[in-house]
Design a protein around this ligand. Sequence first.
Ligand code: SER
Length: 601
Amino acid sequence: MKNLTADELREMYLKFFESKGHKIIPGASVIPENDPTVLFTTAGMHPLVPYLMGAMEHPAGTRLTDVQKCVRTGDIDEVGDAAHLTFFEMLGNWSLNDYFKKEAIGWSFEFLTQHLGFDPAKLNVTVFAGEEGIPADEEAVEIWKSVGIPEERIFRLPREDNWWGPAGTTGPCGPDTEMFIDTGKPKCSDQCRPGCHCGKYIEIWNDVFMQYNKNAEGKFEPLGRHNVDTGMGVERTVCMLSGAPTVYDTEIFAPIMAKIDELSGETDVDAETKLRARRIVADHMRTATFILCDPKGGVKPGNVGANYVLRRLIRRAIRYSRMLGIAPGFTVKLAETICEKYQNVYPELGINLAQCKLDLEAEENRFNQTLDKGEAMFNKVAEQLKLHNQTQISGKTAFKLYDTFGFPFEMTLEMAEKAGLSVDKEGFEEANRKHQELSRTTSAGSFKAGLQDNSEVVTRMHTATHLLHAALHKVLGPTANQKGSNITPERLRFDFTWPEKMTDEQLKATEDLVNGWIRDAIPVTKKMTTVEAAKAEGAMALFGAKYGDQVSMYTIGDVSKEICSGPHVANTSELKSFKIQKEQSSSAGVRRIKAVIGNLT
Ligand code: SER
């Protein structure tokens, strides 16, 4: 095996697929563009969904390779063991209706064995066993046999193991074949096989054959295209190649762990808890730093959606840092170390570090204040109990500390132990469950409301955004430039530079222009070109955005020309009508418009 650094692995992978006719494309933001169905980019395929669906051609062609930053926080409570991470990088190669199983499997095998040096005798693979209406993937079995994997190392497994996607609720998906390295450990039982979590088999790569689409009714329909989506985790692969016992023991985490150790002090916490706390702090701070430095921006610690996930990561890191005796102010120091490690590959970690530090500092201060207040409240509760000769904190009180004062339950447990009190854990969990049921019902309601074919509504909103941008240029002049855009199925939101509140007349003129263009039924056309050529034609581009060699340029008659990855409707008449709902300040010198479009019946 080759002991590679993450930098070497990325380069080797991209070059290998470049040699097989793939174009290297830049990875996307971890904050999804125009996709309200997920909070973060969770897989490499995510930013490529429109191309996998065949809704449009990718400017770089039909064979692509990239490294994608991914955030997955579904297993946040598992972080701290040897393998779970909330942020990871995924290497991928893509066929957009180009090559299929034979090439994908052949190249995976070649790269693993000839370039990374894994012993073919240790390679085990799984394939889809089939189910009603969808056949077993015997084709993949035959291909694996043809490269030399014997039948006994090919495992046919059900959907639970060997089906990938869609990333959100609907979209491209399909059977996959997963590759596992046998670590040589004994089987944990007779049932032990790839996919078992005992540590004998470690998954290294996943080739997905995206031939299906999951539709809004939850049915799998043939996509009419044969795509390939593969994903190989950088952290895990570096770990296996180096023989390190966990991802935290690789060169990737080395400077982060060293910094944590340098900042740590004396505590009376046991060694095992400390080991876990160290990993949690490292993982959560790495994820938070990538989110805060993301070029798309816009996610800040807060109480809903992606903002809440970010807050939770930072606050959890702070809580665990206390177990290591780390003094306040550490989040900023760790962010510096993380940015230094990664900025040669992800320049945004250099460019946006200053802002990231401000955000971390503010959140750390806020949470420390919450903890101080919570501790004061706890002490009052403890005093009252003692006065009444009681020794148990009720579940209701513990939940109130958590829910009203933001005081983490674990801290209540820790402080109770020190004060010689017990806590009614069941009572707390009961109160928590009731609360969660209530919020689930509420969010399920709003989720459903947003589902009436998201992709179509979002596409129409996207075209409306271009028209709005063009109208603002006409009404306010060329300095009214796009600063940000966010689309949900309910509304579009557009931020632009403008120093003052727009007048009612200006708003009406803007709305009228857009509605006029919708009535004119103007065709929307797309052309592939270079950034320079597009700009020479007068296309608008986002200041500071990074574009590849080839870009798509969308033209709406003589109204609008923008460099943009789409998708868009074919004709402005599809928007039906346009209405501005709100114009307000976004930040100094930036205004924000929220608008809606007419319903399609
Ligand atoms: N989409 C698949 C995964 O995330 C392969 O890239 O595992």
